[in-house]
Ligand binder design. Structure first.
Ligand SMILES: Cc1cc2nc3c(=O)[nH]c(=O)nc-3n(C[C@H](O)[C@H](O)[C@H](O)COP(=O)(O)OP(=O)(O)OC[C@H]3O[C@@H](n4cnc5c(N)ncnc54)[C@H](O)[C@@H]3O)c2cc1C
Length: 711
């Protein structure tokens, strides 16, 4: 058997077979995902079988291993340059000072990590810090063997699969070899990394020369050829790390890593200490150091650590945060799509972007035909533009809502909306940042004074595209001062509003430029809604009739019109109408009496004369703004249904003119949305919560200052 018999999905790309092959028949070649895979030249192959014997797939663990238990949290005095607490650097220093060699990952000439073996102190600086890219072992196995045979001491550090590969290659342990295994959760695709380098060069308009990734310090430092350094937050700003950390570029063999758990191959195991106490003790990170052999225990005693404390691997606080116990890392759903894009040689921007669009509006399972048809309309519009829209299934306090799984609203949501998940609190919404890069907030009164921050996108973090479509403040009043809200609004990449007055509010309140766009229900034409009518049984009354649709106490008996009047909400048996019935009844009526903004929108869409009944104390800004846009006279706004006369209800309306204006505004709004969806992604800092407190604090501070001044 030769190594090609191994399924590619299982291969760890450790290169043990390549290093072992006596006839040079195996080369490591880059596969379409960018990982190195063995390729056999059958002309040269002598079928000796050494490649298979040295493959860690067949022997993942060394003999006689016992579960790890001796662990310490440590810190080196050189840790500021290191990935976490500098455990490796301290061990490496010990070896170099004692005439030994060290092996670790450096960026090679192609800017890909490669494990080198060295006794040069300067190389240690290059080994320091993490490189979240699968490293090549290059010639390090062979060189280590040579040095070991010459009785030189070697400290070899690598990922667990590469350590398994080393032992499989060597075929035995050596007294003068000490191995260090890094707690690793995945190897990132070198091809994705190369694409990132091109992206970073373009983004900063200079050439990337070096990169330091320091997870415990939440830092990625980019070094450019002109000497400039740019520091980004590792967890929220660096595009490559974001892609890597979400598991989208991991190697397929990492999804079933056999090296996780308590039985480990290496003498030392190092990782980060993620528990809260560590952060409090040393802000820039503490290393976890596990001693897994007598060799490591002896060396550990001889080293002088800057900080050292026993570490309880099983304590509730420590255990879940490190990847020691996890056996199978989670497979990311989007991994396949990322690798498909890599195969097609797409640019990094395209790799990180996806066609998924998250829509956030009021799609609650509550009998609100307007809000749900709006959710339907924006979904359909985004879909027609070639995207994959999902309506986020979020509603706070579901217990306070009337759920009726047999009801019209529930059925409509299930049948016509592409609902995503089920979220009842903001914390769970953060997970959506891993799935979506584009978020559309709106329409409806999402920016009303009392609305929660969830609708201001404060949970949307990382590299994304934030769009507010036809957001409404409900009325003309400037919202109360709220620095956090202002901060959130300014994070949007593009903002559009429903009412004209909202343009001024956005400018004055948050200093942002907004444009007025059409309500989503009018982005579709009447044919687009016909599918809902056709799909449902809906009987309409014979002869002419009037309909009414309102959320507040209008008594239909007070409407003094000759034609029969039907309630759009409920039928004669007091049963909520289906959405098909609602639309069909409105479509075939002679007049619509409504106190709902969307009642008016659908009357306009179906060219039905309508009368708007204003709520007492209502600032009817949304209706006035709509009328102004379509040139509709305000005389069809009444304060009570008693004011509705036959002349008013059945007045002549110039529908041709209104339809032309709707069409024009619809096309303008579609173009606005299209360009918003094509905008580049931008960073949204993840410290929104911290900023919240800061801004609130600032608010308090300002108030105090004002009070002092007033005195
Ligand atoms: C791909 C990867 C995934 C990781 N995942 C986790 C995790 O899930 N949980 C956790 O606690 N820690 C993880 N770590 C380890 C951690 O972040 C630190 O790198 C480690 O604790 C060493 O810290 P240090 O301060 O001692 O390192 P330093 O003294 O800065 O030395 C860096 C060490 O990392 C090695 N290294 C860097 N990049 C690579 C690479 N691509 N391949 C092989 N070795 C490399 C170097 O050879 C060296 O040994 C991961 C590291 C990497 C590289």
């Amino acid at each position: 058997m030769v190594i090609n018999a191994i399924q590619k999905e299982l291969c760890f790309s450790c290169g043990a077979c390549f290093s072992k092959c006596p006839s040079g028949a195996i080369s490591m070649v880059e596969d379409e995902q960018g990982f190195l895979s063995p390729k056999v030249d059958y002309e040269k192959c002598t079928k000796c079988g050494l490649c298979v014997k040295s493959c860690p797939v067949y022997k993942t663990k060394r003999d006689d291993l016992t579960p790890i238990k001796d662990a310490y949290s440590v810190k080196s005095q050189h840790s500021s340059r290191c990935a976490s607490g500098g455990a490796f650097t301290q061990l490496a220093g010990y070896y170099l000072n004692n005439g030994g060699y060290i092996a670790g990952a450096v960026w090679n000439k192609e800017f890909i990590p490669e494990i080198i073996v060295t006794n040069n102190c300067d190389d240690l600086l290059k080994i320091q810090s993490s490189k979240y890219v699968h490293a090549s072992t290059g010639s390090s196995y062979k060189k280590t063997l040579e040095l070991l045979e010459l009785n030189k001491k070697v400290l070899y550090s690598a990922t667990p699969c590469q350590i398994a590969g080393l032992y499989a290659f060597l075929g035995k342990d050596y007294d003068n070899l000490c191995t260090v295994e890094i707690l690793c959760h995945a190897g990132g695709s070198p091809k994705a990394w190369k694409k990132y380098i091109e992206f970073a060069n373009k983004k900063y308009n200079k050439k990337l020369a070096d990169c330091k990734m320091q997870a415990a310090k939440d830092k990625v430092t980019l070094y450019f050829d002109d000497g400039e350094q740019i520091v980004e937050s590792l967890y929220s700003e660096n595009e490559y790390v974001e892609l890597y950390m979400s598991g989208k570029t991991k190697k397929s063999s990492c999804t079933n890593c056999p090296f996780m758990g308590r039985i480990r191959n290496a003498d030392f195991i190092i990782g980060d200490v993620w528990a809260k106490w560590a952060k409090q003790k040393r802000k820039d990170g503490i290393s976890l150091l596990i001693l897994n052999s007598d060799k490591s225990k002896k060396i550990f005693k001889e080293i002088k650590w800057d900080f050292v404390e026993p570490f309880d691997l099983d304590s509730e606080e420590n255990a879940p945060l490190n990847k020691i116990n996890n056996v199978i890392p989670i497979q990311n759903k989007d991994r396949v799509s990322v690798f498909e894009k890599l195969k097609e040689n797409c640019d990094f921007e395209e790799i990180i972007a996806n066609k998924k669009v998250a829509l956030m509006n009021f799609n609650y399972p509550r009998d609100n035909y307007g809000a749900l048809l709006l959710a339907y309309a924006i979904e359909q519009t985004v879909k027609k533009m070639g995207y994959e829209p999902y309506t986020i299934n979020y509603y706070k306090n579901p217990m306070t809502m009337d759920f009726d799984p047999q009801g019209a609203t529930w059925k409509f949501r299930e049948k016509y909306l592409n609902l995503y998940g089920f979220y009842i609190d903001k914390n769970s919404l953060y997970k959506l940042n891993d799935v979506f890069k584009t978020f559309i907030f709106g329409s409806d009164v999402i920016w009303k004074q009392t609305r929660e921050y969830v609708y201001f996108a404060d949970w949307c973090t990382g590299l994304n595209r934030l769009i507010a479509y036809a957001a409404s403040f409900s009325n003309k009043k400037m919202p109360r001062k709220d620095y956090y809200k202002k901060f959130c609004m300014r994070r949007f990449d593009k903002v559009s509003v429903r009412e004209k007055s909202a343009i001024e509010i956005c400018k004055q309140y948050a200093g942002i430029d907004a444009e007025q766009v059409i309500d989503p229900t009018l982005l579709l034409n009447k044919e687009d809604y016909q599918r809902i009518i056709d799909n449902e049984y809906s009987q309409i009354p014979q002869g002419d009739y009037v309909v009414y649709y309102t959320f507040w106490g209008i008594n239909p008996y007070d409407i003094k019109l000759k034609l029969p009047i039907y309630n759009l909400f409920k039928d004669e048996f007091n049963k909520t109408r289906s959405f098909g019935q609602w639309l069909n009844l409105l479509k075939n009526s002679k007049c619509v009496i409504t106190a709902s903004f969307h009642g008016v929108c659908f009357a306009l869409l179906y060219n039905k004369p309508f009368v708007y009944v204003r709520k007492p104390d209502e600032d009817n800004e949304r209706i006035v703004s709509l009328f102004e846009k379509f040139g509709i006279k305000e005389n069809c706004i009444v304060d009570s249904v008693e004011e509705i006369t036959e002349d008013l209800a059945f007045r002549h309306i110039d529908w041709e003119s209104i339809n032309n204006k709707i069409l024009e505004f619809r096309n303008y709004s579609l173009n606005w949305l299209k360009s918003a969806l094509e905008m580049p992604l931008t960073y949204k800092k993840s410290n929104a919560n911290a900023t919240h407190h800061k801004f609130n604090f600032m608010g308090v501070k300002i108030n105090i200052k004002k009070r002092i001044k007033n005195r």
